[in-house]
Design a protein around this ligand. Structure first.
Ligand SMILES: [Zn+2]
Length: 321
């Protein structure tokens, strides 16, 4: 059987574009890529360099005035503070454009070849139409959703957001877009404290553990299956881990892995192209976050292999008939 490697987009600027003094754990990207190059993971992935997203791609989901102010370094201190990742360096601009480009490249890949692809960053679900917040400048989930409609003529896209924080920016940008289903499973007592309205918000109380969370995940996936999407955009934040410093939930590493496999099982069963966006993860020590993201991409790689092998078999079957 052919080994279909998982395509993942990554650029060193994902780490280096953030100032070393920023509170954000910027090392998580470089540490993850190092992990994926160790023997246990090696050979499962093709790591590709993104190109910068264009202004036209960004304004599909964002106010051109906000986009231009960011690109021209004209955001106010207040706007920058709301985003975080401070102190900013000029590198924040190419970093943001490459990160968005990585998501778009992963989308283009699954639209062309089917299966699963991922960006080793992003899941920037707190970015709104005309402002950023919570480490998010532009919303890759919203941009990819709207590109999927305009560029690929899809009519049913599902955004499944399992990060511990609500996908508030995604919900507001896409609230009047019937072609995109937004589902957010998140901790009720966590940022953002003023929640937006997704199509489905499934809220967990602080302290919830594996069983409670996986039940909620199953509900979210039932809703997704009913919707019968042509594309899944999966925000796979691992900040629900018990070890996370921001999460307030109590998921084990195994529970997190099970959650991801439930998503991928649906993708395999229904042969739905799926893009993985990393999302949050702030464990202390950060190694727990890196382990969980390593598990995520390994599960994604196995699932991608299954989907593409199944697709090959179906092609062969149809030729025999
Ligand atoms: Zn988060």
């Amino acid at each position: 059987m052919t080994n279909h490697k998982l395509s993942i987009w990554y650029h060193p600027i994902y780490t280096n574009g953030i100032h070393p003094d920023a509170r954000f754990p910027r090392v998580r990207y470089i540490k993850l890529v190092d992990k994926l190059n160790t023997p246990e993971y090696f050979g499962q992935f093709i790591i590709k360099q993104p190109t910068e997203a264009s202004r036209n791609e960004l304004i599909i989901a964002h106010d051109p005035y906000y986009v231009d102010n960011f690109l021209n370094q004209n955001l106010t201190q207040k706007e920058i503070k709301r985003i975080g990742l401070t102190p900013w360096t000029p590198q924040i601009i190419p970093r943001t454009l490459l990160l968005m480009g990585g998501a778009i490249a992963a989308l283009d890949h699954v639209m062309e070849y089917g299966g699963i692809a991922g960006n080793m960053a992003g899941g920037t679900h707190h970015a709104h139409y005309d402002f950023g917040s919570g480490y998010c400048i532009f919303n890759d989930l919203a941009v990819c959703s709207l590109l999927a409609l305009s560029k690929y003529n899809l009519t049913k896209v599902a955004v499944i957001d399992f990060d511990v924080h609500q996908g508030d920016g995604t919900a507001t940008i896409l609230q009047n877009v019937d072609e995109v289903l937004t589902i957010s499973v998140h901790c009720q007592q966590n940022f953002p404290f003023r929640k937006s309205k997704s199509d489905y918000d499934l809220e967990l109380p602080a302290g919830a553990g594996d069983e409670e969370i996986l039940t909620m995940v199953a509900t979210a996936l039932d809703i997704t299956k009913q919707f019968d999407p042509e594309l899944i955009l999966f925000q796979a934040g691992v900040d629900g881990l018990a070890t996370d410093s921001l999460g307030k939930l109590n998921i084990s590493r195994q529970g997190m892995s099970k959650r991801n496999e439930m998503v991928f099982d649906l993708a395999i069963e229904q042969m739905i192209p799926t893009v993985v966006f990393m999302g949050g993860g702030y464990s202390n020590p950060i190694s727990h976050t890196i382990d969980a993201f390593g598990d995520l991409f390994l599960s994604a790689s196995r699932a991608n292999n299954q989907i593409l092998s199944k697709a090959n078999l179906e092609t062969i079957d149809s030729k025999i008939e």
